[in-house]
Every structure is written in C-alpha cells, then in structure tokens.
Design a protein around this ligand. Sequence first.
Ligand code: SF4
Ligand code: SF4
Length: 321
Amino acid sequence: MNVTTPVSSPALDPAKFRDPDVTATGERRALVHLESLETLWFNTGTLCNLTCSNCYIESSPKNDRLVYISAAEVRTYLTEIAALQLPTREIAFTGGEPFMNPEIMDTLEAVLEGGFRCLLLTNAMRPMMKCTDRIADLQQRFGDRLTVRVSLDHYTETLHDMLRGERSWEKTLLGLRWLAETGVSINVAGRTCWGESEDSMRQGFGRLFEAQAISIDPQNPEQLVLFPEMDETQDVPEITESCWDILNVAPTAMMCATSRMVVKRKGASAPVVVPCTLLPYDPSFDFGTTLESAAEPVKLNHPHCAKFCVLGGGSCSVNAD
Ligand code: SF4
Ligand code: SF4
C-alpha cells in the first residue's frame, strides 16, 4: 500500500461559477434535464455524532443548518409521487447521521410500507445501534428492499480514524458486523483521497470483508462505492455545453438527471427540493417545495458539478452519512 495524505490544488478562480447561464469564458453553461425521478433523497438533518475531516456537508454534533425532517413531511412527498404517477422506486436518506433523527424509524417504515426500495447512509455507530430492534424488524418484513450503506473511509483502522476520530473504527465495525449478522442488505462507501490506486483499495477492502465475514463483493462498484474528494475551494474547469462531447460524458449519467433531494433548512416553514445530495445549502439551486416544481433542468453552476460529477466520475450516489 502506498498511501499519502490529501494533496492541495490551486484555489478556485473567483471569475468562475458566477453566471448560471454563461461561463467565465463566455460559453453557454451545461444543463442537465430531469429524465425521470428514479430516486428521491431526503436529508434527515445535518446533526451527526462525529465531526469528520472533509465531511462535504460539514456535519457535527452542533451543525443544525438542516433540521430533522419529520415522518409526516416525508409522507407528503410519497403522496405527491403517487399523485403525479412518478416512476420513483427508491427513497434514500442521508445526513448528518440519519439514525439521530428521532422519527427515522417511523419514516423508514412508511417508505417500505409504501412499496419503495429504501437506501440509508450511516456511520453504523451508537445512534444506529440504539435502533437495532426496529431495524431487525424491518429486515424481517421487507428483506433486501432496505439497504444500509456504511461509511468506512479506508480499509485500515489508522486511516479511517485519521478522518473520523479515535476509536470510530471499532464502533463502526461493530455496527457493520451486526448488520451483516442480522441479514440486512449492506454496502460500504470508502474515500479515494489516499493517493492509492482503485485496484489496491478494492483489494484492501476485500481482505477486510473476508476477515470480518461480510458478504460484499469489493469489485462491485455498487457494493463498494469509492468516492472522489469534494473541495469547492480548489480550481476546476467550468462545464460548457460542448464538454459532453469532448469528455464523452452523458448528461443522463449525472445524479440530477434521475434524482432530487429534499432538505429542511433551519428556520424554514417547509422543506424544499434541491437537485442532488451534493448541493444542500446553496439557495440558488432551490426548486421550490414540491416535486412538480423540481422538474426544471439544472444549470451546472457549482464546482462540485465539474469536479465530482462530470470530471471526477463520482457515481453521484452521495458520500455522507
Ligand atoms: S453536483 Fe452533480 S448531481 Fe448535483 S447538480 Fe451538479 S452535476 Fe448535478
Ligand atoms: S462524514 Fe458522515 S459521519 Fe462524518 S461528520 Fe459527515 S455525516 Fe457525520
């Protein structure tokens, strides 16, 4: 293993990402149309039991910029999906730490009883372990329609704890093993900030899964998701309409072509819909309170659009928990 700490890049050019329609060089900015709403994400709230370095949503035990979404608020969107006859099959949850939301278990139950598949991102630590009875019950009733994705930043304790804090590894491994033993469908999300090749990362995680008797295929990018780093202060090119052909990247591969996220900002009277999990705070990306209002195309006017999605090859399936 040849591992380095994250390397810094030049600072973002302040002339970039200013005009939603036009780039700094005067070219038309790229757009992504909503093809079909396959996955609806909910941010459950930004409070978290950890304060990880490089957490893209800056979660911590004190960050409540996004407040807890309620089960009733989630149900309102499930009702809208039915009313609009949308093709949505998956409802996904990210935080913060979703298991800190006091209504998360009622929310998951409502989603699964509604016939949806459900994905939940977690650090699998103490907040999750307080809910083991109800998680086991959902597993019994709904089987692999519930998937839990656990964040393990690296396959070694030292590097995982370097970002997440001392002793977080052993607590997360305890939760991961409990999920596996209970038969919950699980996958794992790691980070690629280590200067290590993807091949080496997948091999390392494979050794860990084998040693822990965790049945995840490390070569399967859906079972072991490896996320590029996100740092909006580093310089990146802006994405223009002609970039799709030049880069041979399809706009339909962007997360915002097939999903949206609902967030509830502190002090707001109602939740609001945003394009994706990566842009929870910037009000210039708000679509309004309903899914109907969120069908507009997205203008790729943010460094994350370029670095993480178009150039970074992130699967856009979110990387916080
Ligand atoms: S960050 Fe990615 S998914 Fe989000 S709006 Fe930009 S391109 Fe779309
Ligand atoms: S990366 Fe996940 S566990 Fe860490 S602070 Fe952010 S939300 Fe919490």
